[in-house]
Design a protein around this ligand. Structure first.
Ligand code: ACO
Length: 431
């Protein structure tokens, strides 16, 4: 069967060209425009990438209209219910669910990379106690590039794999240390007899003075949240990692770039912003006033945790998180949490409002996650760090996929130049 093409006609110059059309296994057809400038002398313009694909990827599929999310073809609902975070990590990195022995080997590998170099700890002392943990994460993860010279050849697949394992294993240790630093408490070493999520809670909340046993409900909730946040195809932070990596930069430096991008409130910083917003609203009686503010074009206020570039339907992750949120609140004795009452009321009012209906604005993944973290005793400024721990899996999976792709080239967008036309330099005494 002949490959599909798309005919582009330039009426002003009476010419046309055939552009090849790519069809993925799922999703809409995509027009290839790489030869457009060469053939027709024009660029395309799409700031914010509203309708532009930047790569081929076999990792994650999203149908934003239908509210569908799949990792390697597996529906997110099934993975959240039946899988574990490390199994999902394996799936995202290697493309298939592991056999029992493969999973055990992988878990063992991750467990045995959780410690961080003692010298790395000195870096924390350079940060003030009130530094935002995402600032610390960006610096410390980036500094991993200065260690591990034994395995930094990005053209060697085994080196790439070792870097991926190191990063995924060390993220919880680095994150918990950021928290301990803010509390001026001693860092807690990882424990090899605990699972990934229990170990993280242990490093967060244990102290050298007494035993800490992670609550199984908390462990399960973190496991589900990490699974839901593990990947989301070409979002801002993942695209940042890919763009940084396209120049063949050090993998840890690329991940640090992803962390920086994630931090913004329009992206992963939204979970912290949601809690700040709910606290600012303060009472159910104020909800209508804040919905009006969100609709007012002269007011910069937006409903945080609402809206998504891709989902024009309920974010499937938000549906799962909403359920987990109720379970965690019930089991931690916060079932009548005023924050939850506020969130439910806000959602209820917004979902009936024409402004939100017309713009297809639904709660996103971050709308309820902060309430869960709060109930588990995790402070607001650590919420985006939690997201970063989970997303480090997606970032490394995309980085590995990109480097292994023989058609990969340095990312280099074009622009519409709208600055000054050519003009001659005027010496300073003549200006
Ligand atoms: N509250 C009020 N109005 C909103 C909101 C919101 N949360 N989100 C979008 N809108 C409005 C916009 O004002 C715009 O209205 P207009 O058409 O009248 O101008 C319309 O909906 C479309 O919004 P855009 O900003 O153009 O959509 P975009 O796809 O560029 O942005 C984004 C998506 C950044 C997520 C946006 O919805 C937002 O700011 N939401 C709040 C922050 C948030 O929750 N971010 C987390 C996203 S999920 C994640 O990254 C993990």
């Amino acid at each position: 069967m002949a490959a599909k093409t798309f005919t582009l006609t330039d009426n002003s110059n009476n010419r046309s060209m055939e552009l090849p059309v790519r069809q993925g296994t799922q999703g809409p057809p995509t027009i290839e425009i790489a030869s457009l400038y060469k053939e027709m002398g024009v660029f395309t313009y799409d700031p914010g990438f509203l309708g532009t694909g930047s790569c081929n990827s076999a990792i994650t599929y999203i149908d934003g209209e239908e509210g569908i999310l799949q990792y390697r073809g597996y529906p997110i609902e099934q993975l959240a219910e039946k899988s574990s975070f490390l199994e999902v990590a394996y799936l995202l990195l290697y493309g298939e669910l592991p056999a029992a022995t493969e999973l055990a080997t992988f878990e063992n590998m991750i467990i045995h990379h959780t410690m961080i170099n003692e010298n790395l700890k000195n870096l924390y002392n350079g940060f003030h106690y009130d530094a935002h943990p995402m600032a610390i994460m960006t610096g410390v993860v980036g500094s991993l590039s200065a260690f591990y010279h034994d395995s930094l050849d990005i053209h060697n697949p085994r080196h790439r794999e070792i870097s991926a394992h190191r990063l995924i294993a060390k993220m919880p240790t680095i994150a918990a240390a950021s928290y301990k630093h803010s509390k001026c408490e001693p860092f807690i070493y990882p424990r090899n007899d605990m699972g990934f999520c229990a170990n993280f809670l242990h490093m967060m909340f244990a102290s050298p003075c007494e035993e800490y046993v992670p609550d199984p409900v908390a462990v399960k909730a973190i496991e589900v949240l990490f699974i839901l946040h593990a990947d989301h195809e070409q979002n801002a932070s993942t695209s940042t990692v890919r763009l940084a990596g396209s120049s063949q930069a050090n993998p840890f430096a690329c991940i640090a770039a992803g962390i920086a991008s994630l931090w913004g409130p329009a992206h992963g910083g939204a979970n912290e912003a949601v809690l700040n917003m709910l606290e600012e609203i303060g009472d159910v009686s104020q909800v209508e006033k804040y919905v009006l503010k969100a609709k007012d074009k002269d007011d910069p206020f937006r409903l945080m945790g609402f809206g998504h570039r891709v989902y024009k339907n309920y974010d499937p992750r938000a549906r799962i998180i909403r359920k987990v949120c109720h379970e965690v609140l019930a089991s931690t004795g916060h079932a009548d949490s005023p924050l939850m009452e506020l969130a439910v009321k806000l959602e209820e009012i917004a979902l009936k409002d024409d402004y939100f209906i017309e713009r297809k604005l639904y709660p996103n993944v971050d709308f309820y996650s902060g309430i869960i973290y709060r109930a588990l005793g995790i402070p607001n400024n650590m919420f985006t760090v939690m997201f970063a721990i989970a997303r480090s899996v997606g970032w490394t999976a995309h980085w590995m996929e990109m480097i292994a792709d023989p058609s990969q080239r340095i990312g280099r967008p074009r622009q519409v130049y709208d600055g000054a036309p050519k003009r001659d330099y005027v010496p300073v005494d003549k200006r």
